[in-house]
Every structure is written in structure tokens, then in C-alpha cells.
Ligand binder design. Structure first.
Ligand SMILES: *Cc1c(COP(=O)(O)O)cnc(C)c1O
Length: 230
């Protein structure tokens, strides 16, 4: 299926298939430039505010990972997708933990013990396990996330609660100052080494190049894939 999407300011390709292919090439090139294997960075498509048809088209174009911030939105949109890994990237409210575990395979945004405990309870009630990441706060413009210095202690407590903690996620600072972005991502990469696991989820449409240079293993792209959100 060919689905035309909004034009990108950079003159990116107009079909999802071409856009995803072009992004994959650029990401592989950025990894190589950082001395890393070209296939070491996964592409997660952030589908918030995008219609279901666009999500399905992106999966048919080869996208293997999708992410949403709001569980209500995802429950409807993700109900009947082709096989794909579903990531929760929004704030974990404890009263939504059950719906989150039901809907997603990976919870990237565990930023406090109470949230992790709620995920653990939901896992036991549903007989389903999810992978989790610890969400870090490396930005003065972000409300959520644990301080990088406290990340490994939180990860240890979450593991005691029975959670599979497989790395960290962070949102970069909203700033045009590229060195501030790199500095924040380096702190995230250091916390990732302390926490352990396989996934450093770092980088969005405006800062994924810096993220790959700093060791990101998963970039979360919305606008760069689907165009501006409606
Ligand atoms: C919206 C969002 C993204 C994607 O943002 P773009 O700038 O559209 O690529 C990535 N991660 C999180 C946590 C988000 O909320």
C-alpha cells in the first residue's frame, strides 16, 4: 500500500516506504561514522496522533517497532496491527499499569519505584511479561525521569520486584544548542552503562544524529517518518 504523507521541510520522500528506507540509510551511515556497526541502531516509529492506516502502512513498509504515549489512544489503534513490537513511551500512571501491560510489549518509561511496582502487579495479574527501560531525566525541559545518578539503584530495586530492566530511555533537551544535547546524551549513555541491558533509547526527529553519535541503540522518530502531526 502506498500512502502519501505530509511533505517534510527538508524535501524528504513523499511516501512512507521511501521515507523509512531513506531514514534507515541515514541512520546506518551515522552509526558507521561513529565507528559502530550500521545495523546497531533500531528505528522505532512514534505513531501518536497518526491515523491507523498510516501505522499499518509503515509496518508494511518494514517498520518493526512502534510507540505511543497514551494508552487509550494505543488500545484502539494497536488493536489489530500486523506483527510488530509495541513500546509505551508516555508517563506511567499507576492506575493505567494494567492497560499498559495488556497493550504493549516494552515499557520504556519506568521512572520511579511505584510505577515499576504497578507494572509488576499487572504482569502477575495478567500472566504477561513486558520488557522495561528506566526513563532518565537529562533535560531541564523535561518533567519526568529519574536523575542519571539514581538510575542504577532504581534499576536494582525494579529487578528485585521482578521486572526485566533492559536499559534506559531519555528525552533530550529542547534547545538549539547542539553541545547541550550531546552533553545530555553522554550522561544518558553513562547511566546506561551503569544500569546494563541492551537498549539505549535516545534520539527523536530533531536530535537522533547526536544520539547515534553518543551510542543510541534505538531512535524514536515520529515527525521524520510520518510528517508533522495533524
Ligand atoms: C513524540 C515523541 C517522540 C517522537 O518525536 P518526533 O520529534 O516527532 O520524532 C519520541 N519520543 C517520545 C517520548 C515522544 O513523546
Amino acid at each position: 500500500m502506498r500512502l502519501d504523507v505530509g511533505a517534510m521541510p527538508s524535501g524528504a520522500p513523499s511516501s512512507l516506504l521511501e521515507r523509512i528506507a531513506a531514514l534507515r540509510r541515514e541512520i546506518a551511515e551515522a552509526a558507521r561514522a561513529a565507528g559502530r556497526p550500521p545495523a546497531s541502531v533500531a528505528l522505532l516509529g512514534v505513531t501518536k496522533a497518526q491515523p491507523c492506516a498510516a501505522v499499518v502502512a509503515a509496518i508494511e513498509a518494514g517498520l518493526g517497532d512502534v510507540g505511543e504515549n497514551y494508552v487509550q489512544e494505543a488500545r484502539v489503534k494497536y488493536a489489530a496491527l500486523p506483527p510488530v513490537h509495541k513500546h509505551f513511551i508516555g508517563h506511567v500512571q499507576t492506575n493505567k499499569a494494567r492497560a499498559i501491560v495488556e497493550t504493549f510489549d516494552v515499557v520504556q518509561s519506568v521512572d520511579r519505584l511505584e510505577a515499576g511496582r504497578a507494572i509488576g502487579r499487572a504482569q502477575r495479574a495478567l500472566g504477561k511479561r513486558v520488557r522495561t527501560l528506566v526513563q532518565l531525566n537529562v533535560s531541564p525541559t523535561e518533567r519526568f525521569g529519574v536523575a542519571p545518578a539514581d538510575a542504577s539503584a532504581l534499576a536494582a530495586r525494579l529487578r528485585e520486584e521482578g521486572l526485566e530492566v533492559d536499559g534506559v530511555m531519555a528525552i533530550g533537551p529542547l534547545t538549539a544548542d547542539r553541545s547541550a544535547v550531546v552533553d545530555a546524551f553522554r550522561r544518558a549513555a553513562q547511566a546506561f552503562r551503569e544500569v546494563g541491558g541492551t537498549t539505549l533509547s535516545l534520539g527523536m526527529s530533531d536530535d537522533w544524529r547526536e544520539a547515534v553519535a553518543c551510542g543510541s541503540t534505538m531512535v524514536r522518530l515520529g515527525t521524520a517518518i510520518f510528517g508533522a502531526r495533524p
